[in-house]
Write a protein that binds this ligand. Structure first.
Ligand SMILES: [Zn+2]
Length: 131
């Protein structure tokens, strides 16, 4: 399945907390499951960027609450952390951002573009199709 991401703009996402993320996630899952003929969701894999500021434990907790009495109730949530990768706009070097230092290690430039790290995506859904 193609990746489905929660929230298009990063600033919108920054304002939401885990409960609203869990609600959006549930909406996406139910719709995706329907599109794929899944009647009962068992396992969900998420890709969460380190900059998305999501605590996986609280997301799992909130998801458990919002998914009650839905086809996603009791599903297992697996979180894959996505590292923060940036590219320097001055020298083109791409590098991993560590400890929130957003500077190019090659030329020291601060003009950088984020390649990854803000993701909040569903990468796969497993479940029963009822066939
Ligand atoms: Zn550079």
């Amino acid at each position: 399945m193609p990746q489905v991401c929660i929230g298009e703009k990063s600033d919108e996402r920054a304002a939401v907390h885990e409960l609203s993320i869990a609600e959006s996630l549930l909406g996406i899952l139910v719709e995706e499951a329907r599109n794929h003929g899944i009647i009962r969701i068992r396992k969900v894999k998420l890709q969460i960027g380190e900059l998305a500021a999501v605590v996986p434990e609280s997301l799992a907790f909130c998801f458990e609450l919002v998914s009650r009495d839905t086809i996603a109730q009791g599903s297992e949530i697996e979180v894959e952390n996505v590292r923060i990768i940036a590219q320097c706009l001055r020298c083109d070097k791409s590098f991993e951002v560590e400890e929130q230092v957003f500077l190019c290690p090659e030329c020291g430039g601060a003009d950088i573009e984020l390649i990854s790290g803000r993701e909040l995506c569903v990468s796969s859904i497993e479940g029963e199709t009822g066939e």
